[in-house]
Design a protein around this ligand. Structure first.
Ligand code: CS2
Length: 463
């Protein structure tokens, strides 16, 4: 029997660096935040000045795991031929998302100047028009709790943000920047709208204070970060000799483009490679359509024909053909030079094909109700307005509908019950009901989507 090498746990006494003073608050300590914003902060020239107080969504486990290793964690960067571990020390404090006392204390501190968010598309509680979903029970509960003052518990992200901003105003702690890092178009303006609409419901004066004091920064974020597997944990342990329950696995590529003001300062993220621009839109659209759009097509169509990961799906010539069909269509409506789009497509292919990254299609398939409308519909609409019937865009929608009808990756969606009910029955009826939900009223599109759903269902490995 071979001896098992002794392992140890990360601690500031032995690893990384001293914790920096808390000046950034982050909501949503998922893997993505730890591979992206926390990495940029770690690599900024002034990292010793900018510690992050990170809040989970609901998970106590993530908070406990990170707290037990002094908020340090290993980031395992998976290149095609090697994997490089790095200890990240930019998180200085970690709290469970429900810990409102800690949130309010940090946000009311003049030391804190930035709040970043990775709370997923669904976390913003948007309605179909993009405003705050005042009809949702969770939002209503938070409105009542905030109106009553000093709430003990708030469940929604907008609710928690408004509680923090209200405390900041009361403390006279001054202006700050709120930075959404989720894959939603115009994420700065979108967050501003949600927060302002909630503040209006609770206290119109607070809405005025937010307007005068809070800068909502728009960003495009990119780094493929699959959930770590047991094999990843074992690899990291073998490479580092450390038992890290909070391990994060990611790819070498990373990109962050931001636009907006930081009235209370910010880490020198540009020294770590972040780009500050006046308009994020061209970058945002390029990434949302080409990267995220291709991801969704693979997640639905690729899983329907039997693939489990992105790397497997993109190496299947048929699935790659569907992705290219989509890219050809989307590329016509991007306002970027052709060569730049071609280079980006090639780079995406290489990133998707990285055999060392096991990115599950089922992970990407989640919450299609929040993703498909913003990834597929702008291209479909632009093409229709241009007199085209774009098979690459209709197949995107068709693959999602086939998925909602029980094919491929399991449905795991905030609106899953309603959508799977709509999609059931004969193909024609299922397609009509989901297209109506998407606001697509177009006979030619319906006919092509029906045909493509039928084709995909005929190929389904789990009909
Ligand atoms: C993916 C994204 O799960 C998904 O919807 O498309 O998380 C994607 O991996 C990231 O945006 C990459 O930056």
């Amino acid at each position: 029997m071979s001896a098992i090498a002794p392992t140890r746990h990360l601690s500031r006494a032995d690893d990384g660096r001293p914790a920096a003073p808390v000046r950034v608050v982050h909501l949503g300590v998922g893997n993505f935040f730890r591979a992206h914003q926390a990495w940029y902060t770690e690599h900024s020239d002034d990292a010793d000045q900018w510690g992050i107080a990170a809040f989970t969504g609901h998970s106590r486990r993530t908070a406990d795991e990170l707290a037990s290793q002094d908020c340090l964690y290993t980031l395992l960067v998976r290149h095609e031929s090697e994997s490089l571990p790095e200890v990240i020390g930019s998180v200085s404090a970690v709290h469970v998302g429900s810990d409102l006392t800690a949130l309010v204390d940090h946000m009311a501190s003049c030391d804190v100047g930035v709040v970043t968010l990775t709370v997923t598309e669904a976390g913003y509680c948007r309605n179909e028009e993009g405003g705050l979903d005042l009809g949702s029970a969770a939002v209503q509960a938070d409105v009542s709790a905030l109106r009553a003052g000093r709430p003990d518990s708030l469940d929604t992200v907008p609710g928690r943000l408004v509680a923090g901003l209200s405390a900041r105003r009361d403390a006279g702690a001054g202006p700050l920047a709120v930075v959404s890092c989720d894959n939603v178009p115009h994420n700065g303006a979108m967050t501003q709208r949600i927060v302002t609409e909630l503040a209006q419901q609770v206290d119109p004066d607070l809405a005025g204070w937010v307007d005068a004091n809070v800068s909502f920064v728009t960003t495009m974020v990119d780094r493929i970060t699959p959930r770590a597997t047991d094999a990843d944990l074992a690899d990291a342990r073998a490479l580092t000799g450390v038992e890290d329950a909070a391990l994060v696995v990611t790819e070498p590529f990373t990109e962050w483009v931001l636009a907006g003001d930081f009235p209370a300062g910010r880490p020198a993220w540009e020294t770590a490679g972040a780009r500050f621009v006046s308009d994020v839109k061209p970058f945002e659209t390029r990434k949302l359509w080409l990267l995220n759009g291709a991801h969704s097509i693979m997640a639905y169509a690729g899983s329907i024909v039997g693939h489990e990961t992105v790397a497997e799906a993109i190496m299947d010539p048929e699935v790659f053909g569907w992705v290219e069909d989509w890219w050809d269509c989307a590329a016509q409506y991007l306002t970027l030079p052709e060569e730049e789009v071609a280079a980006y497509r090639q780079a995406l292919f290489d990133r998707f094909a990285n055999p060392n990254i096991r990115h599950l299609l089922a992970q990407i398939a989640a919450d299609g109700s929040q993703k498909v409308p913003i990834r597929a519909l702008p291209v479909l609409r632009a093409a229709r307005a241009n007199g085209q019937l774009p098979s690459g865009a209709t197949r995107f929608v068709a693959a999602w509908i086939a998925h909602l009808r029980g094919n491929g990756a399991p449905v795991n969606d905030v609106d899953g019950a309603a959508l799977t009910a709509l999609a059931q029955g004969p193909v024609r009826e299922g397609v009509a009901a989901v297209l109506e939900w998407l606001g697509v009223d177009d006979l030619e599109v319906s006919a092509l989507v029906e045909q493509q759903v039928a084709e995909l269902e005929a190929r389904s490995t789990n009909p």
